[in-house]
Design a protein around this ligand. Structure first.
Ligand SMILES: Nc1ncnc2c1ncn2[C@@H]1O[C@H](COP(=O)(O)OP(=O)(O)O)[C@@H](O)[C@H]1O
Ligand SMILES: [Mg+2]
Length: 265
């Protein structure tokens, strides 16, 4: 992997919540242009890890860099510049129910403007429409209110909102959660197109192995507080990590079939 640009770099991360150790010596690297999926047991600390990577929670030890900058040691101005380059779609990616689709997607852009960014109204409009289109929505959807949208469409709006101004890096926490399998597959294809069209780097958390098998270039297994594996599916197929019970459990069952097929090469 040498020579590839690192977009996210976590080293020796340690997390403790209410006296419980959640992460111990966690290292991970995401490279430009790849889709990296973090999988693991429920309650294993995936969401917390994402929150620490984007700077929403301070880890108890270790470092996090995004685009080579230490997320937890930034000046206001540096943080502002960095914030334009990545976006996050939360698992409970709730939209503002009183705002239209357009205003939901425009919200982070208007926030940037409040912080001094030069973003005239017509540019905001163009960006919102572009993001809606990239997320598989139409101009007609812009004036709708969230309550009138299907689950799949709500996810698409949340995705459009998560695309940063200079969309280079996208974090997704369980993007398909709460969707039926067919709608989840539709969202996977939107994500795949988006990734290819924008050459986005994506760091996603998912327990849906079908979706991970369809999208991810590499995977990270977070369990028992540690990273038990980081690499491609083919590498996992040859890895001793597969002998651990917790890893075996993750991949057994019908939803692991596509992932197991990729492991064989
Ligand atoms: N704000 C918090 N307060 C107390 N416990 C928390 C908090 N956030 C996470 N936890 C605990 O940390 C552990 C990891 O949670 P989480 O990161 O949400 O796991 P995952 O996303 O892998 O399901 C869980 O045991 C959870 O209860
Ligand atoms: Mg979670």
């Amino acid at each position: 992997m040498s020579g590839r640009e690192e977009v996210v770099r976590v080293r020796d991360l340690r997390t403790q919540i209410d006296g419980n150790v959640i992460h111990e010596q966690v290292d991970l690297t995401a490279y430009r242009g790849e889709v990296l999926a973090i999988i693991g047991t429920s309650g294993g600390g995936k969401t917390t890890l994402l929150r620490e990577i984007i700077g929403l929670r301070e880890p108890n030890g270790g470092t996090v860099e995004i685009f080579g900058q230490d997320v937890h040691r930034l000046e206001w101005r540096e943080e502002h510049e960095l914030r334009k380059r990545w976006g996050m779609m939360f698992q409970q990616g709730a939209l503002f129910s009183a705002l239209s689709v357009f205003d939901n997607v425009a919200f982070p852009l208007r926030e940037l403007r409040k912080r001094g960014e030069h973003l005239p109204d017509d540019l905001v409009r163009q960006l919102v429409m572009f993001k809606l289109q990239l997320s598989g929505l139409s101009a007609d959807d812009a004036n709708k209110l969230p309550a009138t949208l299907s689950g799949g469409m709500i996810k698409r709006v949340a995705l459009a909102r998560a695309l940063a101004v200079e969309a280079e890096l996208l974090f997704l926490d369980e993007p398909a959660s709460g969707l039926d399998p067919e709608t989840a597959r539709d969202l996977d294809s939107v994500l795949k197109d988006l990734h290819e069209e924008l050459n986005l780097s994506v760091v996603m958390v998912s327990h849906d192995l079908d979706s991970v098998a369809a999208l991810a270039d590499r995977i990270i297994i977070l369990a028992e507080k540690r990273i038990l594996f980081e690499g491609t599916f083919a590498e996992l197929g040859r890895s001793e990590a597969l002998e651990q019970d917790v890893v075996k459990r993750l991949f057994k069952g019908p939803r692991g079939a596509a992932a197991r097929a990729r492991m064989k090469g």
